[in-house]
Design a protein. Structure first.
Length: 260
């Protein structure tokens, strides 16, 4: 039997709960619903901005808190807040490097976004699926909370520029994209900012390392090797396997209630 102090469950989205970029399997939704009903507090924490989390959740778990942009955005009681943003000098330096390396990008503001990449890039299909925002020039964004490079003449060199500027940089080699976040922004940092210390986490990728490292129970979905040292449990990247693991947490909570 699983014994846990934590009553908060934190779920990454893409590659963890969502395997087609658009929907979450009903078995997973049902399992998370079971956890809510027995008293677990649910948080969704994604690289996506909050705007792009909403269509995937499709109205489910309306009371859940959302972390977007790998920690730069939070939504509590349906109010979206920019928790961290690029400072103008740092963003300007990054944009200079973008020009130098002929990079194309997706830049997210608190709600609207700027995009300069190709129309057929896979990331484009995951942006503003609900037609909730506007695509604008980057200069029109009141602040930039997330910057994703989707192509460049030298991706590794551009990633190093971001690190030199003190940004959080996740270079996804498998997808050939670089994810820049302001300062030390991570999902785990956002959780601490929200006052959440004990939690169970589900994640699958490089941007979930700190999230899983600091969890009471860390569940890796899939086989990303960068999570080898932080995952307590690994499950297949399959809706049935993920749903079964989530259901174990609902059963554990029910056992605690019966024992009391």
């Amino acid at each position: 039997m699983i014994k846990l102090r934590a009553r908060t469950l934190v779920f990454d989205i893409d590659g963890t709960l969502c395997f087609d970029g658009r929907t979450i399997d009903d078995r997973i939704l049902t399992a998370i619903g079971e956890c809510e009903r027995v008293g677990h507090h649910v948080v969704f924490a994604s690289a996506r901005p909050v705007r792009d989390l909403l269509p995937v959740l499709d109205g489910a778990f309306a009371s859940a808190e959302l972390i977007g942009g790998n920690g730069s955005l939070v939504s509590v009681d349906s109010e979206v807040r920019a928790r961290a943003a690029f400072d103008p000098a740092g963003l300007g330096a990054l944009l200079e490097a973008v020009g130098q390396y002929e990079a194309t990008y997706l830049a997210d503001g608190p709600w609207d976004y700027a995009y300069t990449g190709p129309a057929d890039h896979p990331i484009r299909g995951r942006v503003d699926q609900g037609n909730l925002a506007r695509m604008v020039d980057i200069a029109e964004l009141p602040e930039v909370v997330k910057f994703l490079v989707v192509g460049a003449s030298d991706m590794a060199a551009l990633a190093e520029v971001g690190r030199g500027l003190g940004m959080t940089v996740n270079h996804h080699l498998d997808e050939a994209i670089i994810d820049f976040a302001p300062g030390s922004t991570t999902k785990w940092e956002a959780l601490r900012w929200m006052g959440i210390g004990e939690y169970v986490a589900f994640g699958n990728d490089i941007n979930d390392v700190d999230l899983l490292r600091n969890a009471e129970r860390a569940v890796r979905v899939g086989s990303y090797p960068g999570l080898d040292e932080v995952a307590h449990v690994t499950v297949a990247a399959d809706p049935e396997a993920v749903a079964a693991e989530i259901s174990l947490l609902a059963e554990a909570a029910q056992d605690i209630v019966r024992a009391v």
